[in-house]
Design a protein around this ligand. Structure first.
Ligand SMILES: [Zn+2]
Length: 163
């Protein structure tokens, strides 16, 4: 990819654009985007940390309500590194709630008889109201995660957004 495309990817990334959207806008592959991000990361790697520019990129994406876990996965760094960068250059804590990121779809499951996270069967059925839809969901007694089903799709509730 060209220098200009690399800059476009980094710019969109900092503005909180989802990887799939960047992919479509630039009509490239997910692996292209991943390669650009990882290359940028390596370029900004310092002894025991990363450059301020790299940390600012993380903090900006975080401020656009992209979950920290997602940012960590995208950049292949740990969540603690993401949190540290955010503390230094952005939001101290995740306070705002955004419906865009509040739920994330879980693929590859057909029911909620077991916890999709830890596979436990100790799940409590719960009813919840999500965007005016009545949904049925579960609360896992073992790992504390919550999931719900809506129109045949399954979602995880991202608690990190709820104060
Ligand atoms: Zn669980």
């Amino acid at each position: 990819m060209s220098q200009i495309e690399e800059e476009k990817v980094l710019d969109a990334f900092s503005k909180g654009v989802g990887i799939l959207v960047i992919q479509e806008e630039l009509s490239c592959l997910e692996s292209d985007i991943s390669r650009i991000l990882i290359k940028y990361k390596e370029k900004n790697r310092q002894k025991n940390s990363f450059s301020d520019d790299f940390k600012k990129l993380i903090a900006e994406r975080d401020m656009h309500n992209v979950p920290r876990k997602t940012i960590a996965t995208e950049l292949r760094i740990n969540v603690a590194t993401v949190s540290k960068a955010c503390k230094q250059f952005g939001q101290k804590t995740k306070g705002r709630v955004s419906s865009y990121n509040l739920y994330s779809e879980i693929v590859g499951i057909n029911n909620l008889k077991r916890c999709p996270n830890c596979n436990s069967e100790k799940v409590n059925r719960i009813e919840s109201l999500v965007r005016n839809f009545n949904t049925s969901g579960i609360f896992c007694m073992d790992c504390g995660n919550e999931y719900f089903e809506l129109k045949g799709k399954f979602y995880h509730i991202n608690f990190e957004y709820i104060d």
